[in-house]
Design a protein around this ligand. Structure first.
Ligand code: ADP
Ligand code: MG
Length: 324
């Protein structure tokens, strides 16, 4: 990207420097120097957004800037980690001032909300792709893991499911609330921090509830039953459904079960902790909903409220699967 690479870094990404005491050297040196507090462990995660794969080409720069960080903070939330730093590898087709301003504004707005400092990155020219690495702190032994669930425990999710999936399927989502859920997911950081005291296992839902709950259960060779009428659906989802799926069989069940991009947390809690956990999460954005039970028998079994089994059509998004 020749000389303009450094202009881009200076103009758009080096402007929020030195906001945290634990950053000894941020953007501008060959590497960042950061201080992990004594007695804590670093949680590190990375996610890439590729144009046309992870977001439709018409997605706004602000949405991409927000989402690139949000999906990583969602992974930290699922570990019960306290976010601290991020690095950003940005590949852009051109030096577009308006795009870069909107992208970086949205990135920093979200970063500031959670006290995250951008400490470095890489800027290159090419087809649009954004990779963010996020770093957070956990106390040894207190991180939320995918493994650890036990038969009999309850399964919960935060927020509502299927909103982003529905926005993607609408012919004109406009500036609707559903569109906001797709473009500006809110990482459930506060919920993750509370859940350190209660959850036996947790995962964030990026590829659909069935797929991600499946990951949570598979390590312990467990299964689950889900009450799919109890899955949390937003007002906006229910309203759009009345037009798209009036008999409530297809989209009404399929999207909350299988659509990606929810970025909610799915977690398991032993019964004795449930009422206290529910009370604490009630005061936190998104809240939580009890949707099922962990079982010893492998596989995820879905039931509607009259007790009839429901067989989902699709189970989640996989990048390299040969059958869609
Ligand atoms: P080097 O050539 O030593 O790898 P770069 O020219 O790639 O250094 O980057 C210069 C500085 O700017 C480094 O501190 C790097 O971490 C930072 N940086 C580059 N791109 C970005 C970006 N998109 N966001 C944040 N920091 C960046
Ligand atoms: Mg570099």
């Amino acid at each position: 990207m020749a000389e303009s690479e450094f202009d881009i870094i200076r103009h758009y990404f080096a402007r929020h420097r030195a906001s945290r005491d634990d950053v000894l050297a941020g953007i501008g040196d060959d590497a960042a120097l950061v201080l992990v507090p004594a007695g804590r462990v670093l949680a590190v995660c990375m996610d890439t957004l590729v144009a046309g794969v992870h977001f439709p080409p018409e997605t706004s720069a602000a949405a991409i800037g927000h989402k690139a960080l949000a999906v990583n903070l969602s992974d930290l939330a699922a570990m019960g980690a306290e976010p601290a730093w991020a690095t950003l590898a940005l590949t852009v087709p051109e030096n577009d001032a308006a795009w870069l301003a909107a992208f970086s504004d949205a990135f920093f707005t979200l970063a500031d909300r959670y006290g995250v400092q951008l400490v470095g990155g890489d800027t290159t020219r090419g087809p649009l792709a954004v990779t963010v690495q996020a770093h957070g702190f956990v106390t040894p032994g207190k991180a939320l893991r995918r493994q650890g669930a036990r038969p009999g425990e309850r399964i919960y999710v935060t927020g509502t499911l299927g909103d982003a999936g529905l926005a993607l399927r609408m012919t004109d989502p406009g500036d609707s609330w559903l569109r906001t859920r797709l473009d500006f997911p809110e990482p459930r950081i506060e919920a993750g921090l509370v859940l350190r005291d209660y959850a036996s296992a947790a995962i964030d839902i990026s590829d659909g509830l069935l797929a991600d709950l499946g990951h949570l259960l598979e390590g312990d060779r467990l299964g689950a039953s889900l009450r799919i009428d109890a899955l949390p659906r937003s007002e906006a989802f229910l309203e759009a459904m009345q037009v798209l799926d009036p008999d409530r069989r297809g989209v009404y069940y399929e999207l909350p079960l299988s659509a990606g991009d929810d970025y909610e947390l799915c977690f398991t809690v032993a019964e004795k902790h449930c009422s206290e956990m529910e009370e604490r999460l009630a005061g936190i954005p998104g809240g939580c909903r009890w949707i099922g039970v962990v079982e010893a028998e492998q596989g995820i079994r879905c039931y509607v409220d009259d007790g009839a089994p429901y067989r989902p059509a699709v189970t989640g998004y996989q990048h390299f699967s040969s059958t869609p």
